[in-house]
Design a protein around this ligand. Structure first.
Ligand code: GLY
Ligand code: MN
Ligand code: MN
Length: 440
């Protein structure tokens, strides 16, 4: 894999240079200066929060643990890495730069964060400085020019071959851990122990993961972002929603599976229906598909499942028009993914900025762009039995067309979500997640 990445890296870097040239021309700057960032301290304490590197920084390099470092790119010149390796006997000092990317950079090692200034362009007014406010050095305050960011964020949606390679590996890691977690579920493990099985298999610390694992047994599956990890196993584990990812050099996998116990065949039937609907949505990850349209289409398909399986008595059309489908599917179909699990630029109108509005009534959708080759998105439909939303529905006229006994009975299972990471190509979509499951 490293060999392949090494081969793909020069073209990736060339793409980043081209994009940066264009972004700087638009914003009227001469230098792109990217701060890796600095750890943030907890209030009244000397404990840092986990460090999360600036995604712009890890776009250039497979380096995620380099607080205090900087990248400088000036069009026409080799990029420069100003790399902080402090004299520090309290903490682990970042490793010396090594690997396939090193030969493409001029590298200056510094021992103190402030020393970076000596290696940054002198004319600070000519710098587009990308970073968080706490990365600022005297004279070098991140200005994050919106014009440049819009351009970079728009184009970040189109993954290079190198990035697709990174995302494939992240998916493989995640899938390996999902299989271990499923086995733990089938053995009756607690949420906490399923999480431990996951972590052991993914071989990443919780801070390295792209987001906090969601491991929800039984009715906990109704909490979309359930992150408690109950220590005690329930008497019967009849359902599991596991939404857990993996990182590879800062690229994310975002994977959700829903399982039913052998005893819960009625719930398995609903899982199977969502699974087959999900595969249908994945098929639509094609050049020219508008993602917001796909989201609305998903509402119709999921409402059809609710009707076919006897949860609602109205037509799918009526369920969507009245908002009933949103009671059972109250989140977006998915989002762009890459350097961030919820990657940037999902609503952007074009490379200059702007916003493509979400369809009315769908406030949680995270992607409204039209799909094109090299975009990678998640497809994550779900159906849930959420007390809060069901109580609201009970007070509405549509309540008469709901089979409340059946809904009530399914509350014990919480919900279902099935999520794959899918690359749009010139032809058939590449399902990174299912291909990893098939290969595992
Ligand atoms: N894991 C968060 C999400 O699926 O978007
Ligand atoms: Mn997701
Ligand atoms: Mn997810």
């Amino acid at each position: 894999m490293t060999d392949l990445l090494a081969k793909l890296y020069p073209a990736h870097l060339a793409t980043l240079k081209q994009r940066s040239d264009a972004a700087l021309a638009r914003s009227g700057h001469d230098h792109l200066v990217i701060a890796a960032g600095r750890p943030r301290m907890q209030f009244l304490d000397d404990r840092p929060y986990p460090f999360a590197v600036n995604p712009h920084f890890k776009h250039w390099l497979p380096v995620t643990r380099a607080p205090g470092s900087w990248i400088v790119y000036t069009p026409g010149q080799r990029p420069k890495l100003v790399y902080l390796q402090p004299h520090d006997y309290w903490h682990v000092v970042p490793d010396a730069p090594a690997g396939y990317w090193v030969e493409h950079f001029d590298i200056a090692i510094i021992r103190d964060a402030d020393e970076a200034k000596a290696h940054l362009p002198k004319d600070t007014a000519r710098c587009a400085i990308i970073g968080e406010d706490n990365a600022a050095l005297a004279g070098y305050v991140p200005n994050n020019p919106q014009v440049a960011l819009n351009y970079l964020h728009w184009h970040r949606a189109y993954k290079t071959d190198y990035e697709l390679g990174m995302l494939r590996v992240a998916s493989k890691l995640g899938v390996r851990a999902h299989r271990a977690a499923e086995a733990a579920f089938r053995n009756g493990a607690s949420e906490y122990d399923i999480n431990t099985a996951y972590l052991n298999a993914v071989h990443e610390t919780e801070n390295e993961l792209p987001y906090s694992n969601i491991i929800a047994l039984n009715q906990h599956g109704a909490v979309l972002h359930y992150t408690d990890l109950n220590r005690a196993p329930p008497t019967h584990s009849n359902s599991l929603v596991i939404d857990a990812g993996a990182s590879f050099h800062g690229y994310a996998a975002d994977i959700t599976r829903s399982y039913a116990s052998k005893q819960a065949s009625e719930f398995q039937a609903l899982v199977d229906a969502v699974d087959s609907a999900q595969k249908g949505f994945v098929e639509k990850v094609q050049n020219g598909t508008n993602y917001a349209d796909l989201h609305v289409r998903a509402h119709h398909v999921l409402a059809g499942i609710l009707r076919d399986q006897g949860f609602i008595r109205m037509s799918a059309e009526a369920a969507v028009a009245s908002g009933v489908s949103s009671v059972f599917f109250p989140h977006g179909l998915g989002h762009p993914i890459g350097l961030q699990v919820h990657d940037v630029g999902g609503f952007q109108k074009d490379e200059s900025g702007g916003t493509i509005a979400k369809p009315p009534g769908h406030p949680y959708l995270r992607m409204t762009r039209t799909l094109e080759p090299r975009m990678v998105v998640t497809i994550e439909p779900g159906l849930y039995f959420i007390d809060l939303l069901l109580a609201e529905l009970k007070a509405k006229p549509e309540a008469r067309d709901i089979a409340w006994d059946k809904v009530e009975h399914f509350r014990q299972y919480g919900g279902i979500r099935i999520e794959d990471d899918v690359a749009c190509t010139d032809s058939a979509p590449e399902n990174l997640t299912r291909e990893a499951f098939a290969a595992a």
